[in-house]
Write a protein that binds this ligand. Structure first.
Ligand SMILES: Nc1nc2c(ncn2[C@@H]2O[C@H](COP(=O)(O)OP(=O)(O)O)[C@@H](O)[C@H]2O)c(=O)[nH]1
Ligand SMILES: [Mg+2]
Length: 318
């Protein structure tokens, strides 16, 4: 799971990654950002492993892309934006620890910068397509309608992830390199969030988490990751296979087939069904078979929705 950190210079991106990974890194080439993988400290995985007694325990991992910040006055270079677009998720990093910076204004600027960037991009795509239609090289179709709808949304200063799209429409918009198609979330760097910051996030449907990166209390790591994953709309599921217990990440709303896909494409291809047990039930019963006897095991077809904490055993044809 690759997460791009996007924020103006000095917002604390590098400090956050350093705090979470324990590794020093710095990239001097803006187009080759530092890429740092961090294992997610996971108390549930530890407790599952106490019962399963595996030889190997594998935590889920987040890869942070520490993208070089820009000054708020100049904004981000197009190539930098493209770097962010190419990752799975984008987090806005906003400093709330500095007296001299106004977090709401800074978040507003970053948000609007992305809105205006997509607006310009769609305007130029539409302009080109209009010329093609005028000169008979293209017929007006559904794609132009979607683009008009997007432009309308952006003109209202709303991001494109707020539009309901079918699969075909999202594939089409995804192919255009638009940034606001991706859902953003916010990492507030500091210890306190003001009411107006909270309200801004709420109004714009932005989930957020808080990290005091420079004075991080290691005892808070578990609750930080819980907050972070909720903000990023991610959940964790677990597998106990052979001699390994392992935690995995999935996007909220993903299916057991998506879970199988995350493990291995072969497992998804041979998918028959999945046995699923809730984390709490597994801990109280002590095994899958007791969960089954107590009626606490659900058998899911491909479309079953995975919930945070599910322990999943996938049956395959191979
Ligand atoms: N007090 C305080 N200082 C911080 C915090 N996060 C970053 N800093 C300081 O702010 C400066 C910029 O941070 P850096 O991580 O380099 O920002 P970047 O440009 O976004 O990568 C550095 O001097 C950090 O030590 C924080 O949470 N609290
Ligand atoms: Mg930095």
């Amino acid at each position: 799971m690759k997460i791009a950190l996007l924020g103006y210079s000095g917002s604390g991106k590098t400090t956050i990654v350093h705090t979470l990974s324990g590794k020093k890194h710095e990239s001097f080439d803006p187009l080759k950002p530092a890429t740092v993988s961090v294992k997610i400290h996971d108390e549930r995985l530890r407790r599952i492993s106490e019962i399963a007694k595996p030889q190997k325990i594998t935590e889920a991992e987040i890869t942070f892309i520490d993208i070089k910040g820009a000054a708020e006055e100049t904004g981000f270079d197009e190539k930098i934006i493209q770097l962010a677009v190419n990752q799975d998720k984008i987090a806005f990093v906003i400093p709330v620890f500095l007296q001299e910076r106004n977090p709401v204004n800074e978040l507003g600027s970053l948000y609007l910068e992305m809105v205006y960037r997509d607006q310009e991009k769609i305007q130029s795509i539409l302009e080109k397509r209009k010329q093609d239609i005028i000169h008979g090289r293209r017929k007006k179709g559904q794609e132009e309608e979607v683009l008009e709808k997007c432009l309308f949304t952006l003109e209202k200063e709303k991001i494109l992830s707020t539009i309901e799209l079918d699969r075909q429409q999202s594939t089409f918009l995804g192919s255009l390199g638009l940034i606001t198609v991706k859902k953003f979330f916010v990492i507030a760097n500091g210890s306190i969030i003001t009411d107006n910051f909270y309200e801004f996030c709420h109004l714009h449907n932005l989930r957020f988490c808080l990290i005091d990166a420079a004075a991080f209390d290691k005892n808070q790591i578990e609750s930080f990751w819980d907050q972070f994953l909720k903000a990023a709309e991610l959940l964790r599921f677990y597998t106990i296979v052979g001699k390994e217990t392992r935690a995995w990440l999935l996007s909220e709303g993903a299916t057991v087939l998506d879970a199988a896909e995350a493990i291995h494409t072969d497992i998804a291809a041979g998918f028959i069904r999945a046995d699923v047990v809730k984390y709490e039930d597994f801990i109280s019963c002590g095994s899958f078979s007791i969960c089954r006897e107590k009626g606490l095991l659900r058998s899911e077809a491909k479309t079953g929705i995975v919930k945070d904490g599910d322990i999943i055993h996938i049956h395959t044809t191979r």
